[in-house]
Write a protein that binds this ligand. Structure first.
Ligand code: TPP
Length: 612
């Protein structure tokens, strides 16, 4: 066993290549064991085992900064930077986070998990280092980015700026040809072309070995070799693409051959200015179930469960597709997890994967709507946040009929602060003219999707959580833009308004409160904006109104209701319950919600505090 002796990157440098191969196998076993137990990103990490070992042998982290784009593929980095023993507790509360985390280790510098940011971080860090006049050896900055994340606009912006400024950054393009699904990019396609062209590969290897055999590459020799290389590269788009931007291109290299990758990284680090080392890896490598998963190579271990909101969305989208030839679906590189795969199988010409490019997805949807289509944009709530300007000005201002379907809204749990969907209601309710819907059950989501397509004619968002959906009886489902009274209380003491998923604890709380002599009315608002006047009028008759939501408390659904009641000059006491404005660490969703008092007993306590 080699792994038990790896307590930090220095231990890796003591191993020879055969021992490193053994170590890679041990790491893969640990990855499979921990990720199958706790969920997470398996395929992506299985693909970067050798690359990570090479990176940590060539560069001296944390003096050199190793930065991972997105960070979902940083498990191996965690294992070899002193966190091996804690890896069994990956994504468990109190255990390791599923992404780099500076509170866990000095080897984790950035902490994002939204894709395509690393080149901008690298540019910023390199700028700071360049301005630092104290440190004699400031260390290298190394940025690893996948071919999928290279499709995001920010990555292109960063690349452009790096090339133009000539900052010293070593970029590693980890090219496995995939995001979740195959990467949507002509750049990716041409990378594949050079990868499979034997002439280019032969010439490339020869040139690299000439460059390598020179004892100390003098400036002149270096320049003439790179001129020859550049001439060859002009025949091939990707190298020319990078070099035209001012980024030196090296590659492609076999990303599973540690020695080769080390030489390439060493080589790249010698150059001044930005250089890009293109490595080819296989997602899921070394684990048959991942390698054989044709849909996503076990990018992650989640799947769409029967009875989930995602399943309701998937089913209804297909039905809408049958009935409305102008309904189309848009995904930002997540066709499987967002549930549009069934639609794309059924209507391949009407489903568009635009890459990890939410901003583009939204404005493209506005264009489609202008052209007479009804686009359904399927995103995780947390990723919509990136494109809110486009939602507001490209869709909203033009009043376009685009339906945003936001999965993973609310407290999502295991993926930590960046993945909670707690901003969407705050933001979407500020887009003039947008209808904002929050289903409280599987059946409500189905009805809302139909209404969003058939009844509405401006922007609509429908948001739902990751957790299992409530199955509602046929009389417990609303219609149109109306709210639904979910429990008829007697008297006028307490009215509870439970938004979306929070309707269930609201009803539960009302049942508990009967023992306190309070027979509360409970409303399912269904439509968070515009609010149903009937619900508002009824709520206004009560002495106490409590609203509860699983988004930010300030500026969300509850404060909208509060303002509307104030506008009606209602004299009730209004209590808004929701998520406090803070970064929330990973833990099970219900545990987090309960801790914040956002469950039945939290509602009961609140009502008792103010109504008794
Ligand atoms: C802005 C944003 N949108 C979507 C995602 C979801 N997501 C996580 S990893 C991933 C694919 C990344 O592909 P790539 O960079 O090639 O890495 P690989 O997993 O293939 O190694 C996606 C779409 C995200 N993290 N950020």
């Amino acid at each position: 066993m080699y792994l038990e002796h790896i307590d930090g990157p220095a231990d890796l440098r003591r191993l020879d290549y055969d021992e490193l191969d053994e170590l890679a196998t041990e790491i893969r076993l640990l990855l499979v064991e921990a990720v199958t137990a706790h969920g997470g990103h398996l395929g992506s990490n299985l693909g970067v085992v050798e690359l990570t070992l090479a990176l940590h042998r060539v560069f001296d982290s944390p003096h050199d900064l190793i930065l991972w784009d997105t960070g979902h593929q940083a498990y191996v980095h965690k294992i070899v930077t002193g966190r091996r023993d804690r890896f069994a507790h990956l994504r468990e509360e109190g255990g390791l986070s599923g992404y780099p985390s500076s509170s866990e280790s000095e080897h984790d510098v950035i902490e994002n998990s939204h894709a395509s940011t690393v080149l901008s971080y690298a540019y910023g860090l390199a700028t700071a280092r360049q301005l630092d006049t104290v440190e004699e050896d400031p260390g290298r900055i190394v940025a690893i980015i996948g071919d999928g994340s290279m499709t995001g606009g920010m990555a292109f912006e960063g690349l452009n700026n790096l090339g133009h400024s000539g900052r010293d950054v070593t970029i590693v393009l980890n090219d496995n040809g995939r995001s979740y699904a195959p990467t949507v990019s002509k750049l990716g396609e041409s990378l594949v072309r050079i990868r499979s062209n034997p002439i280019y590969m032969r010439r490339q290897r020869k040139l690299e070995s000439i460059a390598h055999s020179l004892p100390k590459v003098g400036r002149v020799a270096e320049r003439s070799i790179s001129a020859t290389k550049a001439a060859i590269r002009q025949f091939w788009e990707p190298p020319a693409f990078f070099e035209d931007l001012g980024v030196r291109y090296l590659g492609p290299f076999d990303g599973h051959d540690i020695e080769t990758v080390e030489k390439a990284l060493d080589n790249a680090a010698q150059f001044d200015g930005p250089s890009l080392v293109h490595v080819l890896t296989r997602k899921g490598r070394g684990y048959a179930p991942a390698e054989n998963d044709t849909i996503k190579l076990m990018h992650d271990t989640g799947s769409i469960k029967d009875g989930s909101y995602t399943a309701a969305f998937m089913e209804t989208l297909c039905k809408l597709g049958e009935e409305h030839p102008n309904v189309v679906a848009v995904t930002a590189a997540m066709p499987d997890s967002t549930g549009v795969l069934a639609f794309s199988d059924r209507f391949p010409d009407r489903c568009f994967d635009v890459g990890i490019a939410e901003q583009h997805a939204v404005t493209a949807a506005a264009g489609m709507a202008l052209g007479g289509l009804i686009p359904v944009v399927a995103l995780y709530s947390t990723f919509l946040t990136r494109a809110i300007d486009q939602v507001n000005l490209d869709v909203g201002l033009l009043g376009q009929h685009v339906v945003f379907c936001l999965d993973r809204a609310g407290i999502t749990g295991d993926d930590g602060p960046s993945h909670h969907g707690i901003l969407d209601m705050v933001l979407c309710t500020k887009v003039p003219g947008m209808t904002v819907m929050a289903p409280s059950s599987y059946q409500e989501l189905q009805v809302m999707m139909v209404d969003a397509v058939e009844l509405c004619d401006g922007p609509v968002s429908i948001r739902w959580p990751k957790t299992a959906a409530v199955m509602a009886g046929e009389h417990d489902v609303g219609a149109g833009l109306e709210a639904r009274k979910a429990r008829k209380g007697s008297g006028d003491r307490v009215c509870i308004i439970g938004v979306g998923k929070m309707l269930a604890p609201a009803i539960e709380a009302a049942e508990i409160l009967v023992d306190d002599g309070i027979d509360a009315t409970v409303w399912d608002p269904r439509i968070v904006k515009p609010l149903d006047p009937t619900m508002l009028q009824d709520a206004a008759q009560h002495a106490v109104v409590v609203t509860i939501e699983d988004g930010f408390r300030e500026g969300g659904a509850g404060t909208g209701i509060q303002t509307a009641l104030e506008d009606l000059e209602a004299r009730c006491r209004i209590e808004v319950m929701g998520v406090p404005i803070e970064y929330i660490q990973h833990a099970a969703p219900d545990v987090i919600l309960a801790r914040m008092g956002l469950d039945a007993s939290g509602i009961v306590e609140t009502v008792r505090r103010i109504a008794l």
